[in-house]
Ligand binder design. Structure first.
Ligand code: MN3
Length: 196
């Protein structure tokens, strides 16, 4: 269970302190606790490999690991995707976003539109696929690793990530969230996934 890389109130006014406390200390911690009850001897470092090949898991625990292992791993990524300090994307990531989406702003537009319209609980991601960058959405706590995609950036659109502050206005949450993206982390993720 990683600590937040910043204080609970660091992302205000975009994300409020109370939401961060409950999201990290209750929701994320809950996935970790449930995962530990299913895979008591598992190690953190094994989780990406396990989620990449869920078909290898015994059938009686498979869905529980997908749910709680995905919840554990996705949230440990999620905290790093946000930053109270704004930093622009680097040149290599900008070039890749431009190649795929037209320009970085067009990427934000498309990513936001997908996040706003996703039906029900889940995530919207920027991923690396064998064909290059793509936007993908997953339901529940499904992780892009399980469909052969490497997550570079992802927004949690479960209501627990925004309801205290934004209630039913998911679009307002998405608009706020894209303003606190930790682009230097996304760049690191991109360069690693691209093999640089
Ligand atoms: Mn969440």
């Amino acid at each position: 269970m990683p600590d937040l890389p910043y204080s609970y109130s660091a992302l205000e006014p975009y994300i409020d302190r109370r939401t961060m406390e409950i999201h990290h200390d209750k929701h994320h911690a809950g996935y970790v606790k449930n995962l530990n009850s299913v895979l008591p001897d598992g190690k953190d470092s094994e989780l990406p490999g396990i989620l990449s090949r869920p078909g290898n898991l015994p059938e009686d625990i498979r869905q529980k690991v997908i749910n709680h292992g995905g919840g554990t791993y996705n949230h440990s990524l999620f905290w790093t995707y946000m930053s109270p300090v704004q930093n622009p994307a680097g040149d290599k990531l900008k070039a890749a976003l431009t190649d795929t989406f037209g320009n970085p702003d067009a990427f934000i537009e498309k990513f936001s539109a997908v996040a706003r319209s996703h039906f029900g609980s889940g995530w919207t991601w920027l991923v690396m696929t064998p064909q290059g960058l793509s936007i993908t959405e997953t339901d529940n706590q499904d992780c892009p690793l399980s469909i052969g995609q490497t997550p570079l950036l992802g927004i949690d659109i479960w209501e627990h990530s925004y309801y205290l502050k934004y209630q039913n206005r998911r679009a307002d949450y998405v608009d706020a969230w894209v303003k606190i993206i930790n682009w230097s982390q996304v760049e690191v993720n991109f360069l690693k996934a691209a093999g640089h």
